[in-house]
Design a binder for this molecule. Structure first.
Ligand code: PLP
Length: 270
Protein backbone atom coordinates (compact mmCIF):
# COMPACT_ATOMS: atom_id res chain seq x y z
CA UNK A 1 0.00 0.00 0.00
CA UNK A 2 1.46 3.39 -0.95
CA UNK A 3 0.67 6.73 0.64
CA UNK A 4 1.50 10.14 -0.71
CA UNK A 5 3.07 12.15 2.07
CA UNK A 6 1.89 15.69 2.86
CA UNK A 7 4.61 17.24 0.72
CA UNK A 8 3.71 14.98 -2.17
CA UNK A 9 7.19 13.44 -2.28
CA UNK A 10 7.36 10.97 0.63
CA UNK A 11 6.42 7.45 -0.36
CA UNK A 12 5.79 4.99 2.46
CA UNK A 13 5.05 1.32 1.82
CA UNK A 14 2.79 -0.34 4.36
CA UNK A 15 3.19 -4.12 4.50
CA UNK A 16 -0.11 -5.99 4.15
CA UNK A 17 -0.96 -9.54 5.24
CA UNK A 18 -4.13 -11.53 4.59
CA UNK A 19 -5.63 -14.35 6.66
CA UNK A 20 -8.18 -16.77 5.23
CA UNK A 21 -9.56 -18.42 8.35
CA UNK A 22 -12.41 -19.20 10.70
CA UNK A 23 -13.94 -16.90 13.32
CA UNK A 24 -13.46 -17.54 17.02
CA UNK A 25 -15.82 -15.15 18.85
CA UNK A 26 -13.78 -15.49 22.06
CA UNK A 27 -10.93 -13.77 20.22
CA UNK A 28 -8.16 -16.20 21.11
CA UNK A 29 -7.79 -18.21 17.90
CA UNK A 30 -8.80 -18.02 14.24
CA UNK A 31 -8.88 -14.79 12.28
CA UNK A 32 -9.18 -12.71 15.45
CA UNK A 33 -5.83 -14.03 16.67
CA UNK A 34 -4.34 -13.49 13.22
CA UNK A 35 -5.41 -9.84 13.01
CA UNK A 36 -4.08 -9.09 16.51
CA UNK A 37 -0.78 -10.71 15.56
CA UNK A 38 -0.53 -8.79 12.27
CA UNK A 39 -1.05 -5.52 14.16
CA UNK A 40 1.57 -6.47 16.76
CA UNK A 41 4.07 -6.99 13.92
CA UNK A 42 3.28 -3.63 12.35
CA UNK A 43 1.47 -5.09 9.38
CA UNK A 44 -1.92 -4.02 8.00
CA UNK A 45 -4.24 -7.04 8.33
CA UNK A 46 -7.01 -8.32 6.06
CA UNK A 47 -9.32 -11.23 6.93
CA UNK A 48 -11.41 -13.46 4.67
CA UNK A 49 -13.88 -15.58 6.69
CA UNK A 50 -14.20 -19.28 5.85
CA UNK A 51 -16.35 -20.51 8.73
CA UNK A 52 -17.95 -19.34 11.93
CA UNK A 53 -17.53 -21.20 15.19
CA UNK A 54 -19.60 -20.79 18.32
CA UNK A 55 -17.04 -21.16 21.09
CA UNK A 56 -15.42 -19.82 24.19
CA UNK A 57 -12.28 -20.93 26.02
CA UNK A 58 -14.16 -24.00 27.32
CA UNK A 59 -15.93 -25.51 24.32
CA UNK A 60 -16.62 -25.31 20.59
CA UNK A 61 -20.37 -25.96 20.39
CA UNK A 62 -21.13 -25.24 16.74
CA UNK A 63 -19.49 -24.59 13.39
CA UNK A 64 -20.94 -23.33 10.13
CA UNK A 65 -18.83 -23.27 6.96
CA UNK A 66 -19.49 -20.54 4.38
CA UNK A 67 -20.13 -21.42 0.73
CA UNK A 68 -17.03 -21.71 -1.47
CA UNK A 69 -18.44 -18.94 -3.69
CA UNK A 70 -18.68 -16.57 -0.73
CA UNK A 71 -15.09 -17.36 0.28
CA UNK A 72 -13.90 -16.92 -3.31
CA UNK A 73 -15.70 -13.58 -3.71
CA UNK A 74 -14.12 -12.24 -0.52
CA UNK A 75 -10.64 -13.19 -1.72
CA UNK A 76 -11.22 -11.65 -5.14
CA UNK A 77 -12.54 -8.41 -3.60
CA UNK A 78 -9.39 -8.06 -1.54
CA UNK A 79 -6.95 -9.07 -4.28
CA UNK A 80 -8.38 -6.54 -6.70
CA UNK A 81 -7.92 -3.63 -4.30
CA UNK A 82 -5.36 -4.16 -1.53
CA UNK A 83 -3.27 -7.18 -2.57
CA UNK A 84 -1.25 -8.57 0.36
CA UNK A 85 2.48 -9.19 0.53
CA UNK A 86 1.82 -12.58 2.15
CA UNK A 87 -1.21 -14.66 3.14
CA UNK A 88 -2.07 -17.53 5.44
CA UNK A 89 -4.87 -20.05 5.68
CA UNK A 90 -6.35 -21.41 8.92
CA UNK A 91 -9.50 -23.47 9.53
CA UNK A 92 -11.17 -24.17 6.17
CA UNK A 93 -14.07 -26.47 7.10
CA UNK A 94 -14.56 -28.67 4.05
CA UNK A 95 -13.27 -29.82 0.68
CA UNK A 96 -15.20 -27.27 -1.39
CA UNK A 97 -13.60 -24.35 0.46
CA UNK A 98 -10.13 -25.92 0.25
CA UNK A 99 -10.54 -26.37 -3.52
CA UNK A 100 -11.85 -22.83 -4.05
CA UNK A 101 -8.80 -21.42 -2.27
CA UNK A 102 -6.41 -23.76 -4.11
CA UNK A 103 -7.84 -22.58 -7.45
CA UNK A 104 -7.29 -18.91 -6.58
CA UNK A 105 -3.86 -19.60 -5.04
CA UNK A 106 -2.61 -20.67 -8.46
CA UNK A 107 -2.43 -16.94 -9.29
CA UNK A 108 -0.97 -15.72 -5.98
CA UNK A 109 2.28 -13.84 -6.57
CA UNK A 110 3.18 -13.71 -2.83
CA UNK A 111 4.04 -16.40 -0.26
CA UNK A 112 1.15 -18.48 1.10
CA UNK A 113 1.49 -20.00 4.57
CA UNK A 114 -0.83 -22.98 5.01
CA UNK A 115 -1.58 -23.81 8.64
CA UNK A 116 -3.33 -27.19 8.34
CA UNK A 117 -5.90 -26.68 11.10
CA UNK A 118 -7.67 -30.02 11.48
CA UNK A 119 -8.88 -29.77 15.07
CA UNK A 120 -9.69 -26.98 17.52
CA UNK A 121 -7.46 -26.63 20.56
CA UNK A 122 -9.99 -28.75 22.44
CA UNK A 123 -10.29 -31.44 19.74
CA UNK A 124 -13.33 -30.40 17.66
CA UNK A 125 -12.85 -31.15 13.90
CA UNK A 126 -12.44 -27.93 11.87
CA UNK A 127 -11.74 -29.70 8.55
CA UNK A 128 -13.45 -32.95 7.49
CA UNK A 129 -11.63 -35.97 6.05
CA UNK A 130 -12.38 -35.12 2.41
CA UNK A 131 -11.06 -31.63 3.15
CA UNK A 132 -7.81 -33.06 4.52
CA UNK A 133 -7.33 -35.11 1.37
CA UNK A 134 -8.03 -32.05 -0.81
CA UNK A 135 -5.57 -30.03 1.22
CA UNK A 136 -2.83 -32.61 0.65
CA UNK A 137 -3.56 -32.88 -3.04
CA UNK A 138 -4.52 -29.34 -4.05
CA UNK A 139 -3.35 -26.79 -1.49
CA UNK A 140 0.00 -28.22 -0.36
CA UNK A 141 1.58 -27.74 -3.80
CA UNK A 142 0.64 -24.04 -3.56
CA UNK A 143 2.14 -23.57 -0.08
CA UNK A 144 5.31 -21.57 0.40
CA UNK A 145 5.26 -22.91 3.97
CA UNK A 146 3.21 -25.62 5.70
CA UNK A 147 3.04 -25.40 9.51
CA UNK A 148 1.62 -28.62 11.01
CA UNK A 149 1.88 -29.58 14.67
CA UNK A 150 2.75 -33.19 15.53
CA UNK A 151 -0.83 -34.44 15.27
CA UNK A 152 -1.51 -32.67 11.96
CA UNK A 153 1.79 -33.91 10.53
CA UNK A 154 0.89 -37.50 11.51
CA UNK A 155 -2.51 -37.22 9.80
CA UNK A 156 -0.85 -35.89 6.64
CA UNK A 157 1.91 -38.52 6.40
CA UNK A 158 0.15 -41.54 7.90
CA UNK A 159 2.73 -42.47 10.54
CA UNK A 160 3.21 -41.35 14.15
CA UNK A 161 5.21 -38.13 14.57
CA UNK A 162 6.42 -37.98 18.16
CA UNK A 163 10.17 -37.30 18.25
CA UNK A 164 12.85 -35.38 16.35
CA UNK A 165 13.61 -38.28 13.98
CA UNK A 166 9.98 -38.78 12.93
CA UNK A 167 9.53 -35.00 12.65
CA UNK A 168 12.39 -34.88 10.13
CA UNK A 169 10.92 -37.82 8.20
CA UNK A 170 7.48 -36.24 8.17
CA UNK A 171 8.90 -32.93 6.93
CA UNK A 172 10.56 -34.76 4.01
CA UNK A 173 7.30 -36.52 3.11
CA UNK A 174 5.31 -33.28 3.27
CA UNK A 175 7.90 -31.54 1.09
CA UNK A 176 7.56 -34.38 -1.42
CA UNK A 177 3.79 -33.65 -1.54
CA UNK A 178 4.68 -30.19 -2.86
CA UNK A 179 5.03 -27.77 0.06
CA UNK A 180 8.09 -25.61 -0.65
CA UNK A 181 9.17 -25.32 3.01
CA UNK A 182 7.88 -27.23 6.04
CA UNK A 183 7.79 -26.21 9.72
CA UNK A 184 6.79 -29.00 12.10
CA UNK A 185 5.92 -27.64 15.51
CA UNK A 186 6.96 -29.77 18.45
CA UNK A 187 5.16 -27.83 21.17
CA UNK A 188 3.56 -31.07 22.34
CA UNK A 189 6.82 -33.04 22.50
CA UNK A 190 7.46 -34.52 25.92
CA UNK A 191 10.83 -32.77 26.25
CA UNK A 192 11.56 -29.26 24.93
CA UNK A 193 9.35 -27.36 22.49
CA UNK A 194 11.52 -27.97 19.39
CA UNK A 195 10.31 -26.96 15.94
CA UNK A 196 11.93 -28.25 12.78
CA UNK A 197 12.13 -26.13 9.63
CA UNK A 198 12.95 -27.98 6.43
CA UNK A 199 13.92 -25.47 3.76
CA UNK A 200 13.48 -26.06 0.04
CA UNK A 201 17.25 -26.37 -0.41
CA UNK A 202 17.34 -29.30 2.02
CA UNK A 203 18.69 -27.32 4.98
CA UNK A 204 17.15 -28.23 8.36
CA UNK A 205 16.96 -25.65 11.15
CA UNK A 206 15.86 -26.43 14.71
CA UNK A 207 14.18 -23.83 16.92
CA UNK A 208 14.29 -24.47 20.66
CA UNK A 209 12.24 -23.01 23.50
CA UNK A 210 11.72 -24.20 27.05
CA UNK A 211 8.54 -26.22 27.42
CA UNK A 212 5.87 -24.19 29.24
CA UNK A 213 3.34 -25.97 31.42
CA UNK A 214 0.15 -23.96 30.97
CA UNK A 215 -3.42 -24.33 29.79
CA UNK A 216 -3.28 -20.91 28.11
CA UNK A 217 -2.44 -22.16 24.63
CA UNK A 218 -5.67 -21.34 22.79
CA UNK A 219 -4.75 -19.96 19.38
CA UNK A 220 -1.03 -20.74 19.61
CA UNK A 221 -0.88 -22.35 16.16
CA UNK A 222 -2.85 -19.55 14.50
CA UNK A 223 -0.80 -16.80 16.11
CA UNK A 224 2.54 -18.47 15.31
CA UNK A 225 1.66 -18.88 11.62
CA UNK A 226 0.27 -15.32 11.54
CA UNK A 227 3.53 -13.94 12.98
CA UNK A 228 5.53 -15.76 10.29
CA UNK A 229 3.14 -14.44 7.61
CA UNK A 230 3.51 -10.87 8.92
CA UNK A 231 7.30 -11.13 8.73
CA UNK A 232 7.11 -12.55 5.19
CA UNK A 233 4.86 -9.62 4.22
CA UNK A 234 7.66 -7.31 5.39
CA UNK A 235 10.12 -9.16 3.20
CA UNK A 236 11.95 -11.04 5.96
CA UNK A 237 13.71 -14.26 4.94
CA UNK A 238 11.90 -17.39 6.12
CA UNK A 239 14.48 -18.63 8.63
CA UNK A 240 14.63 -15.24 10.34
CA UNK A 241 10.83 -14.90 10.16
CA UNK A 242 10.34 -18.21 11.98
CA UNK A 243 12.91 -17.25 14.64
CA UNK A 244 11.15 -13.94 15.36
CA UNK A 245 7.72 -15.62 15.38
CA UNK A 246 8.94 -18.32 17.78
CA UNK A 247 10.27 -15.70 20.22
CA UNK A 248 6.94 -13.83 20.02
CA UNK A 249 4.83 -16.94 20.61
CA UNK A 250 6.91 -18.08 23.57
CA UNK A 251 6.52 -14.67 25.25
CA UNK A 252 2.82 -14.48 24.34
CA UNK A 253 2.20 -17.81 26.10
CA UNK A 254 4.39 -16.86 29.07
CA UNK A 255 2.53 -13.57 29.57
CA UNK A 256 -0.98 -14.91 28.88
CA UNK A 257 -3.61 -12.73 30.56
CA UNK A 258 -5.30 -15.72 32.25
CA UNK A 259 -8.74 -15.06 30.77
CA UNK A 260 -11.64 -17.51 30.60
CA UNK A 261 -12.49 -20.69 32.44
CA UNK A 262 -10.93 -23.09 29.92
CA UNK A 263 -7.91 -23.00 27.62
CA UNK A 264 -7.10 -19.32 27.80
CA UNK A 265 -5.83 -16.98 25.08
CA UNK A 266 -2.31 -15.61 24.62
CA UNK A 267 -1.10 -12.07 25.15
CA UNK A 268 -0.81 -10.77 21.60
CA UNK A 269 0.49 -7.42 22.82
CA UNK A 270 3.85 -8.72 24.15
N1 PLP B 1 -9.33 -21.57 13.85
C1 PLP B 1 -10.41 -21.51 14.62
C2 PLP B 1 -11.64 -20.81 14.12
C3 PLP B 1 -10.41 -22.12 15.87
O1 PLP B 1 -11.50 -22.04 16.62
C4 PLP B 1 -9.23 -22.79 16.32
C5 PLP B 1 -9.16 -23.41 17.64
O2 PLP B 1 -10.05 -23.47 18.42
C6 PLP B 1 -8.12 -22.83 15.49
C7 PLP B 1 -8.22 -22.19 14.29
C8 PLP B 1 -6.84 -23.50 15.86
O3 PLP B 1 -6.36 -23.06 17.04
P1 PLP B 1 -4.84 -23.24 17.44
O4 PLP B 1 -4.14 -22.02 16.99
O5 PLP B 1 -4.87 -23.34 18.92
O6 PLP B 1 -4.33 -24.45 16.75
Amino acid sequence: MRHEGGDGYTLRVTPVALTIAGSDPSGGAGLQADLKTFLRFGVYGEAVVTLITVQNTRVVSRMEVLSPELVRDQIEAVMGDIPPGAAKTGALGNRAVVEAIADLAADFTFPLVVDPVFLSTGGTPLLDEAGRAAMAKRLLPRAFLLTPNLEEAALLVGFPVEDLASMRNAAEVIASLGARNVLIKGGHLKSEAVDILLLHNGKVVEFYAARLTTRNTHGTGCSYAAAITAELAKGTQLEEAVGRAKRFITQAIRQAPGLGGGMGPLNHAV
